[in-house]
Write a protein that binds this ligand. Structure first.
Ligand SMILES: *[C@@H]1O[C@H](CO)[C@@H](O)[C@H](O)[C@H]1NC(C)=O
Length: 111
């Protein structure tokens, strides 16, 4: 009888922690975007600085989407994830960090 009760408690604990995990996952998106928006308004360059929605998108498509959204951005160096990048900064450049499958793996940003 007691063992059964313990099982039920464990089940509830698991269910609860699972729910909080899920809740955190869901709220992460808007929170991150809000943070990025705040950063946007404080940065030197005008307009959109980050494209978090392009993670997982093929690199070439990501380039086309950014070009369409802002035609002043005209440099799109494609960098394999983990490769060193120069530290200089340009408002007209977005580096696309991809993997060997040609998919964007980091949030593209003006840099
Ligand atoms: C496009 O990018 C340029 C350079 O960063 C910026 O000055 C301009 O405001 C941007 N335009 C839009 C519509 O985001």
């Amino acid at each position: 009888m007691e063992a059964k009760f313990a099982h039920i408690i464990v089940f509830f604990l698991l269910a609860l922690s699972f729910e909080t995990l899920m809740a955190r996952k869901e709220s992460d998106g808007p929170e991150v975007i809000k943070l990025l928006k705040e950063f946007e308004s404080e940065s030197w360059c005008k307009g959109k600085q980050f494209w978090p929605e392009l993670i997982g998108v093929p690199t070439k498509l990501a380039k086309e989407i950014i070009e369409k959204e802002n035609s002043s951005i005209n440099e799109f160096p494609i960098v394999l994830n983990g490769s060193p990048v120069p530290a200089d900064f340009r408002c007209t450049r977005v580096r696309l960090i991809d993997n060997i499958l040609g998919v964007v793996v980091q949030i593209p940003r003006v840099a």
